[in-house]
Structures are given as structure tokens and as C-alpha cells.
Write a new protein. Structure first.
Length: 65
């Protein structure tokens, strides 16, 4: 039990050394992630549409049914 409490004290001491981001930095990072995900989703959706159309054109002669 003594080692557990020593471990907890050391964890708290290490967490005090951490340089935590400010609220503004966190919000900026979240915005970058959300915009990146949106752009990636649009690109993947466009590629899916294009490849599905090409596959359909190759095998049926129509770009999209």
C-alpha cells in the first residue's frame, strides 16, 4: 500500500511539470481537426462517387444508373 501512495505522489509531481495548453489553443486545435475531417470526408465521398461511376460505366455502359 505504501508503494501505491508513493506512485500517486510521483504522478501528481509529474503532472505539475506538464505544460498544459490554454483554452484558446485547444479550441484552435479542435477547429483544425474538424475542418480537416470535413475536407477528408468530402474528398473520400467524391472519390467514391467517381470510382463507383467508372466501375458502373465499365461494366454496364452507363456512368450512373
Amino acid at each position: 500500500m505504501k508503494k501505491f501512495f508513493q506512485f500517486c505522489r510521483e504522478c501528481v509531481a509529474e503532472l505539475r511539470k506538464v505544460s498544459w495548453p490554454t483554452f484558446g489553443e485547444v479550441i484552435s486545435s479542435v477547429k483544425v481537426v474538424i475542418i480537416s475531417l470535413f475536407v477528408l470526408a468530402v474528398l473520400l465521398g467524391a472519390m467514391d462517387f467517381l470510382f463507383t461511376g467508372l466501375y458502373s460505366f465499365i461494366f454496364t455502359g452507363n456512368f450512373i444508373k
